[in-house]
Design a protein around this ligand. Sequence first.
Ligand code: AGP
Length: 368
Amino acid sequence: YVVDKGNHRHFMEKEIYEQPEVISHALSQYVDFGSHRVRPNASPIDFNAVSSLAISACGTAYLAGLIGKYWFERYARLPVEIDVASEFRYREMPLFSSQAALFISQSGETADTLASLRYCKDHGLKIGAVVNVKESTIARESDAVFPIMAGPEIGVASTKAFTCQLAVLASLAIVAGKARGTVSAEDEQAMVGHLVEMPRIMARVLNIIQPQMESLSREISKFSDVLYLGRGTSFPLAMEGALKLKEISYIHAEGYAAGELKHGPIALIDENMPVIVIAPFDRFFDKTVSNMQEVAARGGRIIFITDEAGAAASTLPTMATITLPVVDEIIAPMIFSLPIQLLAYHTAVFMGTDVDQPRNLAKSVTVE
Ligand code: AGP
């Protein structure tokens, strides 16, 4: 990799547009593009021999892990404990040597994540690391290294590392499901087939949505608070959208599970706080739309990030509807990451902040 901005204004923009290419690199470590099978040596950890998985990470890497939890539990029936590393390391949870632990870190140097790793190691757990920097401390101290192959990520706001972490976690969930007998050969080929399609779909989506995200960001920049909502794997994505926006545009944002709306945040709804609803046409769609109705009934402005089927199924008035192609649910989190990344990026550019080096933030947090 040449570490320069190429034709892009910022590293973050370059890294967003690199995703179709680097996702291919990530996937090719774990799946075979020809046979649509997972690689037989994809994981040095035998997921059938472990009783459960403990995942620990910080920030965006934690949110990737949270999506991974949905996948490991659903596809591999493998229970997952997950926490942010700063809590994980101190909460003195019971750990057993029959468990495996996964640490997700772009840099591989994050202090809290490393401390959680050492804590698990002391308890005799098998340690896996999903890292971008293969020579990092976290990689060195792990039994199994799962590289994400994203190439150097310079922008402080993580973009390509997030989607590559997701691609690796999705692949590992299939590997685990296969090992545990919960993913049939047929399902394996179908799921890997969808993953293999993903880079091409990402490239197309980036092209289609760019102008709309840029103009929408001008609207968003006028507000001081934004709420993101989602269900299922779109819930961690809602938190990731909020994290991205606040990091680089300094607009206050929160991500919530859509079902939690009426347990508190609905009190905030008015025309001054746009609500970004992330809702592919999946098995949660109707539920999320009913939450959206509650927002609309209180005069909230809605930005609806959905797919062609979802756009056709909802008649609610929105401030904007971003319509993505219909994709299989295993790749939806990666595809739906693209509009939330572009929205944060263009909002920050429009507001004139230092996009690649936002105030008060460091790329790698090596102190507690
Ligand atoms: C993401 O945009 C952040 N800058 C931050 O949350 C980051 O993901 C976190 O600090 C973890 O870093 P790591 O992946 O290098 O461990």
